[in-house]
Design a protein around this ligand. Structure first.
Ligand SMILES: NC(=O)c1ccc[n+]([C@@H]2O[C@H](COP(=O)([O-])OP(=O)(O)OC[C@H]3O[C@@H](n4cnc5c(N)ncnc54)[C@H](O)[C@@H]3O)[C@@H](O)[C@H]2O)c1
Length: 468
């Protein structure tokens, strides 16, 4: 064993010996307050009040979203659509043969008995399917990111207005009780004036890096390649592109569109912000050189302008698909009075504020005073002591509070509850098309900034790209 390694292990062992102190310093002894669940919606009074749904795109999230939607009282699945036959078969294996399985989503839209559709297809299909569904009189739960291209946002917003359809984007953190608590703490002044947000979404596995498994029966017969492509460039059938579409610009929205959107949704909800006005993205393909044409590491900086709701703040956001230290999701809302650290299931508020400088620090410590002449140090010291009597120096004590969701809490279910409540009661949707574009556009601009090497401007109020 080499000497540096032995030294490291000794230090590590010494660190372990003081676990009680370390545990308390890490906040492990801080009591956790359980966040209150939202009340469950009441079951419909009569079977006629059933909401009949269909899911378009029965891939990974298609099954998860459908399962969650079916937990809402009075929701029934009547149809699915998918471009791969194996998933149509599996949908019937799971939900029963009475659920009709289509290869073409338009057959779902033609059915008058379907009230709502869940759009769970790859990103390049979201806007077309959402617009078609609203025009066909359906309520739409559209997975994030709402659009693949910023220009598609206006079409969705206009169609929603024209049809009056219920339209909700599927970024479930907008309905999370965790982010509600963050918002309440920020608006109550718990961290003072927010000045920055640090967010990180890191992974360290092939599945995390989107190398999803490809079925052995994948072929031009089982996969409807033309339906998958839609308006994307016509190329010969490629099972890797079909099943790992996120890795290609033609179908996905890269790391930013897939994951930043969740973080941006959380930030916009927590700060009541409409979005940034300047975006700079950096990154590249650093590890997963598997033929993908999108970066596996992205870091973006977002400047949020001052508004009536908040002062100006800056967001530093990153996703790294090759974080050898282990997967890490980290979220810090930083203000002058404290910090809120957020995971998906809990949050910690740490309040310390600005520390006053002690007499020793000012007169003898790492400061300019010790470089003054002896006479000047004496004069300065007298003046400083007169202006700062000991009783005026109040050193704040660190306060830590922790909050966590109750066991089994599922923010996606809350999100679906809100959606179906809007469908039933025709009430406005919180995460509507405008909210969806305000979360998607800054993510897409990070991609554009990486490609063009430019800092880009965005007006979140008018939803328009502007000069930076
Ligand atoms: N909200 C979340 O937490 C969350 C999580 C994962 C994925 N998503 C979003 O959900 C969407 C789907 O992601 P996924 O991981 O489930 O992808 P996936 O590849 O597992 O599933 C997509 C499905 O759509 C089908 N499909 C493709 N084109 C079609 C078409 N024209 N008609 C019918 N079916 C078609 C494919 O055959 C596939 O089964 C993406 O936009 C993604 O960003 C959201």
């Amino acid at each position: 064993m080499s000497t540096p390694r032995r030294h490291f292990l000794r230090q590590f062992a010494a660190g372990s010996a003081i676990t009680p102190l370390a545990a308390s310093a890490l906040g492990q002894t801080v009591p956790v307050t359980e966040l209150a669940r939202r009340p469950l919606p009441a079951a419909p009074k009569s079977p006629n009040e059933k909401i009949r749904i269909a899911t378009i795109g029965m891939g990974i999230i298609g099954f998860i979203d459908t399962d969650t939607a079916l937990k809402v009282p009075g929701v029934e699945l009547v149809a699915v659509a998918d471009a791969y036959s194996g998933r149509r078969t599996h949908a019937q294996e799971v939900y029963g043969k009475q659920v009709k399985a289509y290869g073409d989503y338009r057959e779902i839209l033609d059915r008058k008995d379907i009230d709502a559709v869940l759009v769970c297809t790859p990103d390049h299909w979201h806007s077309k399917m959402a617009v078609d569904a609203m025009k066909a009189g359906k309520a739409v739960y559209c997975e994030k990111p709402m659009v693949q291209k910023i220009g598609q946002g206006a079409d969705i917003i206009a169609t929603q207005k024209a049809t009056g359809a219920v339209f909700q984007v599927g970024s479930q953190y907008a309905s999370s009780i965790v982010y509600d608590k963050v918002r309440d703490l920020i608006s109550a002044g718990a961290i003072g004036k927010i000045n920055s947000v640090e967010a990180r979404y890191n992974r360290n596995s092939s599945i995390g890096a989107w190398q999803y498994s490809i079925p052995t029966d994948a072929s031009a017969e089982t996969c409807d390649w033309d339906k998958f492509l839609g308006d994307a460039p016509k190329i010969p059938f490629d099972p890797t592109r079909f099943f790992r579409w996120r890795n290609y610009k033609d179908y996905g929205t890269a790391v930013a569109g897939d994951l930043f959107v969740h973080l941006l949704t959380g930030i916009h909800h927590a700060t009541s912000s409409q979005g940034p006005n300047r975006v700079a993205g950096f990154g590249g393909t650093r590890y997963w050189t598997d033929g993908r044409d999108v970066p596996d590491f992205v870091m973006a900086l977002y400047d949020y302008p001052q508004t009536e709701k908040h002062g100006s703040f800056t967001v530093a956001m990153q996703c790294n698909f090759a974080d050898g230290g282990g997967p890490e999701t980290m979220f810090r809302f930083v203000g002058s009075e404290g910090v809120i650290s957020v995971t998906f299931t809990d949050l910690t508020l740490t309040r310390l504020g600005m520390m006053p400088s002690s007499e020793t620090a000012v007169l003898k410590g790492y400061n300019s005073v010790t470089t003054f002449s002896a006479d000047q140090q004496s004069v300065f010291g007298k003046k400083w002591r007169a202006e700062h009597p000991p009783e005026s120096i109040k050193t704040p004590k660190k306060e830590v509070s922790r909050f966590a969701v109750p066991a089994g809490y599922n923010e996606r279910l809350d999100h679906f509850n809100f959606f179906f409540q809007s469908v039933r009661e025709r009430t406005p949707v919180y995460e509507d098309a405008t909210f969806g574009l305000r979360a998607a556009a800054p993510a897409l601009l990070a991609n554009e900034s990486i490609e063009t090497g430019k800092v880009l401007g965005w007006d979140p109020a008018t939803l328009a790209q502007i000069k930076a």
